[in-house]
Write a protein that binds this ligand. Structure first.
Ligand SMILES: [Zn+2]
Ligand SMILES: [Zn+2]
Ligand SMILES: [Zn+2]
Length: 1014
């Protein structure tokens, strides 16, 4: 506190003030003069006799009251807080992270929620081949919001992050780094290099996820390359195997000859590709009279159409649609059988001059007829297939079971040979000299020439069409029949009701039990499961979990012995999957083990590895093996839409094969992260927003708040501009907290809190608003509607608190006596609002909530971290149970009142703004407001008449019943306030000077000054 002392010189504003004398009478006058510029000249003013009141009592050494003047400013309760306005997030967030780490916050939360009902969000493992990007940040923040909000709702919600470490992308990158060296390396050494690579990015991503404020069991994550995890992958496979789901067989699979591996459906993308198209004549060997009498004695052929001439050496059949019409076209002394719908086109393209329709018959007539291969000594079988279409070609499909998925199925049905004469590099073998030894694409032209020379080529052209490509190397892929391991979708479930109760059927039933969010997920996955082929689970690569099965050297058949299988699983748990490549695994088979098929006694180890989807699909199984207390199934999986064909599906199948139920109760799918033009973000395009960079420049809290701001179920947009806007909103939220904390410096909840019934009506109203806010926010957390929380939060902080409540409250908080009921009521309200707000936003704004938590007054039994606390209850917000119980009865009326009061306030603020613009007034306190209102507005206003001037922040309000023909049933008139300005509160009052002791202040302030003993 500053006292004016006679003889002293001090600065008063921009002027120097000199105090000459202090009179000792109670009026407390003294002489002052000021120095400064008067016009253009610097100098002293004349001495003036000035009221120096108010005067603070001071006691001399004899205990007599002395009076010294004090600055009025010192009697005003200005906000005071150590909570800084500037967040300085890039510097302060790492400090907060270190503090959490030090306090072992994740473990503390586990202890605090021990015994509570569990909620398990099971993490989908990101791939360890690069730093995180905006999509991964979105994914991890959403999970963190869910886990933290469940924790604060009272659940025990552990979160074990996982990483997907095996697979082709890493092996390809390591291949590139190793170059030619790889050929000299043992698989074990290549695997060690891959492991190093995966480990590096696991560490990097882990540090980046922690940086954006994600809590979890980061010191012991799950990783698909951990021994325990690898053993679970193998035991998952064995439970399929021992229950009869697994078979090894030839199958036309997508094959990348560049990467020399089979590909899963999920690893194939469709891109445009130009192919040479051929129309080829296949001569009928059987008597055509069997088809139609009109064809008797004719020379008859059919015409097939294909865009892959290189598959013709593997041609085994020609397929017709059973129910479509076919015709026999006669031209140049020969008859050609083609689909009726395409006959005109074919005749034109193949130059069948003057063609004439001899016969008309359904495709089913062609079944089991024999044709001649155009250049090989091979009989070609007429077969029927529903997939033959009538939109392009000839309606007759050349069938090579070794080079097409549908062809393969047809081949199985008709017992056709599916042996592939194309090797893993895509080179044709065992054929004619014209094409043998050539790569498939290079073989096309020689085969076309061959067809020409045999007189079988009727037409050729180029066709651009959508064609499967490898998702990694982007080269076109082929279908190739190879020996692969499969999980059959058609095998009956163990203990199933009937033969029809297959893995596919049961899975389709179980999908209906899962809550899909968005709801389209159910249909999407059901369609995929209904039509998917058997699951090809083998890959011919090195970096993965080996299919650890012993094969008989003499008959080649696998040994499926559950005792042996168990030993291998134990070996993997002990030494990791690498053990399959060392002599450690050679000791598994007991001496004298015999092949049950041929009695052979020599075995070799299968070298294929598992499809990575089977690996990641076993992740919840691995987690439950590690944490046996976790429930089956988990509560939630959350990943992008591509996981319907990936992880959601493989996890579901792995769970069905081991538990007979899905691994999740619910599945949530966020959209894609796009740039402002709606394009996918990518580093190579240069349109990506790097979450780590944003964290380092603007703060991780901005990244988190951005995640909350978007409706994640749609595709979301991220950009630098958006981040800056989010940072601006962050500042507004921060200022809300700063106001709260600034006004609680002298507030002790235990001693000073005012019971709800005794609070000012406005404070009661705002606590009810806070309660409604809390209930909306808690409901939005239940729906994972974080964007609703974001918008509700902004509205509450900016519109309800800053622009309304805090604005109105300033007068009461600053001007009232510090310990007065009026001020304590306001402090109680803002303390309760602060306590509620900080907990409600903690799952999203994890950093600022902890910072605010530190600065809020400590009340009894309060957790030391906000992240250990629970969401606020209604009782905590309102302050007692009684008013919670009466909620909805008497409060409805007061809530309605406040709707009216706030809308009248808006009208008044508009009128004040106009008065300010027309220079009638400066600040609102220089104004008085005359309201004319009709009912029902008048009654409401008169009920709160005494409060109106504070609500409008003007010096006086007069209320008159009348027509109120302004907007909203009220007419507003603004005039200059009567009376003089109170030097303390700046309100105008006709009563300034009434109190002789404090002649420069208003009646309200003089009462306050008396109360505080000035
Ligand atoms: Zn490839
Ligand atoms: Zn054998
Ligand atoms: Zn005053």
């Amino acid at each position: 506190m500053y006292f004016e002392v006679p003889g002293e010189r001090k600065l008063a504003g921009r002027r120097l003030l000199e105090i000459k004398s202090l009179t000792q009478n109670t009026q407390g006058f003294h002489w002052v003069r000021t120095a400064g510029f008067f016009g253009t000249a610097f100098g002293w003013s004349a001495w003036t006799f000035r009221v120096a009141l108010p005067i603070m009592k001071r006691f001399n050494h004899l205990g007599e009251a002395n009076r010294v003047p004090l600055e009025l400013k010192a009697t005003i309760n200005l906000p005071k807080t150590a909570f800084p306005m500037k967040a300085n997030l890039p510097q302060n967030e790492p400090k907060m992270l270190a503090r959490w780490e030090e306090a072992r916050i994740y473990e503390r939360i586990r202890e605090a929620r021990k015994g509570a009902p569990t909620y398990i969000l099971h993490d989908g493992p990101p791939y360890t081949s690069g730093p995180i990007h905006m999509g991964t940040a979105l994914n991890k923040c959403l999970k963190d919001f869910i886990v933290k909000s469940k924790t604060m709702a009272g659940f025990d919600a552990p979160y074990v992050p996982g990483w997907d470490c095996h697979g082709l992308p890493i092996e390809i990158k390591v291949d590139k780094e190793l170059g030619g060296k790889k050929l000299q390396m043992r698989p074990l050494d290549v695997r060690a290099e891959c492991r190093k690579y995966a480990q590096k990015y696991l560490y990097l991503q882990r540090q980046q996820f922690k940086r954006i404020g994600v809590f979890g069991r980061f010191d012991r994550p799950y990783a698909t390359m951990n021994p325990q995890y690898e053993s679970t992958v193998l035991s998952t496979f064995f439970s399929f195997y021992e229950n009869g789901f697994v078979y090894k067989g030839l199958r036309a699979v997508y094959w990348c000859m560049h990467d020399e591996t089979a590909l899963a459906e999920a690893e194939v993308e469709y891109e445009n590709h130009t192919s040479p198209t051929v129309f080829v004549k296949y001569r009928l060997l059987d008597d055509p009279a069997g088809i139609d009498a009109a064809l008797a004695g004719k020379k008859v052929s059919t015409i097939i159409w294909t865009t892959t001439p290189w598959t013709l050496p593997a041609s085994m059949a020609v397929a017709f649609h059973p129910d479509e019409d076919y015709v026999g076209l006669e031209s140049g002394g020969e008859v050609y059988i083609v689909a009726a719908k395409l006959a005109k086109d074919v005749a034109e393209k193949c130059g069948l001059a003057d063609s004439r329709e001899l016969a008309h018959f359904p495709g089913r007539k062609m079944e089991r007829l024999n044709f001649q291969h155009p250049f090989l000594d091979r009989k070609i079988l007429g077969v029927l297939a529903d997939y033959v279409t009538m939109d392009t070609g000839t309606g007759v499909v050349h069938t090579a079971p070794s080079h097409g998925a549908e062809d393969f199925i047809t081949g199985v049905k008709y017992g056709l040979d599916a042996t592939s004469n194309v090797d893993e590099k895509g080179i044709l073998r065992n054929g004619l000299a014209e094409y043998t030894g050539k790569r498939v694409w290079d073989a096309n032209q020689p085969i076309i020439e061959l067809l020409k020379s045999r007189g079988a080529l009727l037409h050729t052209e180029k066709t651009e069409h959508s064609y499967p490509h490898c998702w990694r190397c982007h080269n076109p892929v082929i279908f190739r029949a190879t020996e692969q391991w499969f999980i059959s979708m058609e095998t009956p479930m163990p203990g199933g009701k009937s033969e029809e109760d297959t893995l596919r059927r049961r899975t389709l039933e179980e999908i209906k039990q899962v809550k899909w969010d968005p709801a389209w997920g159910e249909e999407r996955l059901s369609n995929m499961i209904a039509t998917r082929p058997d699951w090809c689970i083998s890959r011919q690569r090195v970096w993965g979990v080996p299919i650890a099965v012993f094969l008989c050297e003499s008959c080649g058949k696998p040994l499926n012995d559950s005792a042996v299988n168990k030993k291998v699983v134990e070996l993997f748990a002990r030494s990791g999957a690498d053990a399959w490549f060392t002599s450690e695994s050679d000791t598994i088979l007991a001496a004298g083990t015999k092949c049950p098929h041929c009695g052979g006694t020599k075995f070799e180890k299968e070298t294929d590895i598992f499809d990575v989807w089977l690996e990641s699909g076993a992740s919840y199984l691995a987690l439950v093996a590690d944490e046996p207390a976790y429930p089956w199934p988990s509560d939630l999986y959350l990943e992008g839409g591509d996981q319907y064909r990936g992880w959601f599906q493989s996890s579901l199948l792995c769970a069905m094969g081991t538990h007979g139920t899905p691994p999740y109760k619910g599945v949530v799918t966020p959209g894609w992260t796009l740039d402002e033009k709606g394009q996918a973000m990518s580093k190579s395009r240069g349109n990506d927003v790097d979450p780590v960079d944003i964290s380092d420049r603007l703060g991780a809290e901005v990244v988190r708040l951005w995640v909350a701001s978007v409706d994640f179920r749609e595709d979301v947009v991220g950009s630098e501009k958006l981040m800056l806007r989010i940072a601006e909103n962050y500042r507004k939220i921060r200022n809300t907290f700063r106001y709260i904390l600034g006004n609680l410096g002298d507030f002790n909840p235990q001693a000073n809190a005012v019971p709800f019934e005794q609070m000012a009506a406005l404070d009661q109203y705002m606590l009810r608003q806070a309660l409604a806010f809390a209930s909306d926010v808690k409901n939005s957390y239940l729906e994972f509607a974080f964007h609703k929380i974001y918008h509700r939060l902004n509205h509450f902080c900016i519109v309800d608190l800053s622009a309304f409540y805090f604005d109105v409250l300033k007068d009461r908080l600053y001007i009232s006596a510090p310990k007065s009921q009026a001020r304590r009521s306001a402090q109680t309200a803002i303390w309760r609002i602060g306590e509620a707000l900080v907990r409600l936003i903690a799952p999203i704004m994890s950093f600022i909530s902890e910072e605010v938590w530190d600065h809020l007054p400590k009340s009894g039994g309060r957790a030391e971290s906000v992240h250990l606390a629970l969401f606020p209850s209604a009782e905590e917000i309102l302050g007692d149970a009684g008013s919670v119980a009466s909620e909805g009865s008497g409060s409805d009326k007061s809530a309605e009142d406040w709707v009216t009061l706030r809308s009248v306030r808006d009208e008044v603020l508009k009128a004040l703004e106009e008065a300010r613009n027309s220079k009638l007034i400066g600040t609102g306190l220089e104004a008085q407001v005359m309201l004319t209102a009709s009912d029902p507005v008048y009654t409401v206003l008169s009920r709160h008449a005494a409060e109106l001037r504070y609500l409008f922040i003007v010096s006086a309000v007069t209320l008159t019943p009348g027509s109120g023909n302004g907007t909203g049933g009220v007419h507003v008139e603004v005039k200059k306030a009567d009376g003089a300005k109170c030097e303390r509160c700046w309100n105008y009052s006709t009563r300034v000077g009434e109190d002789k002791e404090y002649p420069t202040v208003c009646e309200r302030c003089s009462a306050v000054l008396k109360e505080i003993g000035a």
